[in-house]
Design a protein around this ligand. Structure first.
Ligand code: SF4
Ligand code: SF4
Ligand code: SF4
Length: 463
């Protein structure tokens, strides 16, 4: 594995350790986020002409799937505005760390300041997240909940506004009672998705030298220091082996007194060389796969009745849809993989194989989402120009593009690209399965059969 440290260059390092560029981006995004909520309440109820729907579910979503996650991993989390208000409250500060003299009683209490030592998490008034929930089961649940109502969320500006406002309030409330970014780490519905697929990214944040960490006094990257804060995600950078839980907030780069944090360029999917070991993460990979298939069927498929029932929330038809959606994600797909794992006559137990081989669903799932998003973007991209000119649907024409009609793009190219993505994903997963099977001393065939079956279904749904 070849690594290139991008923050070795003094100029890049200066840019990354300076808080202003990140702060400006976050502040702009927070303003856009609040405007998205506002546009849901005061703008047109026609989703395709409302800023909230067009910029969140068409522009942001496409950028996230097609660019941000595959290339920058958790890069979005480093500028995401949702945890900001809570974090500002916890810190009693918007930017950087204030000197002791200039700090209010509230922020001193919040940070547990009372000694000249860096605040340790035990000193703060914030509780640690309950041990029983220190996993991603709640995130899996919140993503499924969002998925269940997605057809209506994706099309109704009011519902989108309510969901976004709820996320903001929940993130804020969590930061009042619990330490650091507990919301991001354990609750955010998008977090599990980004965390899972960030393992594919060619960007990683790791320590340079383990020995430096062993001898480092106070471990400021975790506990904070007078120059900055301890890891908001509750991660000790010296223990990082995967991208999953590092929010790329860059705080440790700023705080480390030994310049021991490196942001590396590496080969794609390096993290996948270490198989998943936890059942919650394994389930996440099935949920993401099943959700991509469901969205493809509902939003791109020709089945009017399916579309109708998925929109008509709480009706008997929707209940059937909900049971089918949850059943596919929580029982059918994992059950199929588990049954196939049992076919392996030797090697690890079916449960251990199930967890390990769910790793191969990460590239497959990402390619499913890519194929789905390509089509979704191509058919809706023309709304971006319309919405830029008339974000609230009030008849404005700010930049002269309000009159553009709906026109899908990439007619000839989209479907071949989608097929290429799906076949590429299958090849990628197969290659990973073969590697993994060698290490586990089992046959890769059951896992490959699973990938083949699901890819054929997705191909059918998309084409
Ligand atoms: S985990 Fe969710 S709320 Fe937190 S930074 Fe990432 S996307 Fe934003
Ligand atoms: S502050 Fe730097 S040297 Fe110290 S433990 Fe953290 S990464 Fe290692
Ligand atoms: S490890 Fe560093 S960059 Fe990653 S979340 Fe923690 S402080 Fe931020």
């Amino acid at each position: 594995m070849t690594l290139t440290s991008i923050n070795n260059h003094p100029l890049v390092n200066k840019l990354l350790t300076n808080r202003w560029p990140q702060f400006i981006l976050q502040a702009l995004l927070l303003a856009a986020f609040l405007f998205t909520i506002l546009s849901g309440w005061i703008g047109t109820p026609v989703g395709s002409h409302n800023f909230g729907i067009v910029f969140l579910w068409i522009t942001w979503w496409a950028l996230l799937i097609l660019v941000a996650v595959p290339f920058f991993g958790r890069g979005w989390c480093s500028i995401c505005p949702i945890p900001l208000p809570g974090e500002w409250l916890q810190r009693g500060n918007l930017l950087g760390k204030k000197s002791e003299a200039g700090r209010s009683q509230v922020s001193k209490a919040i940070d547990g300041i009372g000694s000249s030592e860096a605040p340790s998490p035990q000193e703060t008034i914030h509780r640690r997240w309950p041990r029983v929930f220190r996993n991603i089961w709640l995130q899996n649940g919140s993503f499924l909940l969002l998925g269940l109502f997605s057809p209506i969320i994706l099309t109704s500006p009011q519902v989108t506004a309510v969901v976004l406002a709820l996320m903001l309030v929940l993130a804020f409330a969590t930061s009042i009672f619990f330490e650091r970014r507990s919301f991001c780490r354990y609750l955010c519905p998008v977090s599990g998705f980004i965390g899972l697929y960030s393992q594919v990214s060619p960007l990683e944040l790791r320590i340079r030298n383990k020995q430096d960490c062993v001898t480092c006094l106070g471990k400021p990257c975790y506990n904070g220091s007078t120059t900055g804060y301890g890891c908001p995600w509750g991660v000790f950078p010296a223990g990082l082996q995967k991208n999953t839980n590092c929010g790329l907030c860059l705080e440790c780069v700023r705080v480390c007194p030994k310049n021991n944090i490196s942001i590396n360029l590496r080969s794609f999917a390096t993290d996948l060389e270490r198989p998943l070991t936890r059942m919650d993460e394994a389930y996440k990979s099935f949920i993401m796969l099943g959700s991509a298939m469901t969205y493809a069927a509902v939003l791109l498929g020709p089945w009017g009745a399916l579309k109708l029932h998925s929109y008509a929330v709480f009706t008997p038809g929707w209940m059937v849809y909900a049971v089918a959606f949850l059943g596919l994600n929580l029982a059918i797909l994992p059950g199929l993989m588990f049954s196939l794992m049992k076919l392996n006559p030797k090697g690890a137990s079916p449960r251990a194989s199930f967890t390990a081989f769910s790793t191969i669903l990460i590239p497959l799932g990402l390619m499913f989402w890519l194929a789905f998003s390509l089509s979704f973007l191509a058919s809706n991209v023309s709304y971006i120009g319309i919405s830029l000119s008339d974000p609230l649907g009030w008849g404005w024409n700010l930049i002269g593009t309000a009159g553009l009609g709906w026109r899908p793009i990439g007619g000839f190219f989209i479907q071949p690209l989608q097929v290429l993505s799906l076949v590429g994903g299958l090849g990628w997963s197969t290659q990973l399965a073969i590697k993994m099977a060698k290490v586990q001393n089992v046959s890769p065939l059951p896992a490959i059969i699973f990938c083949l079956l699901t890819t054929l279904i997705m191909l059918w749904l998309i084409t």
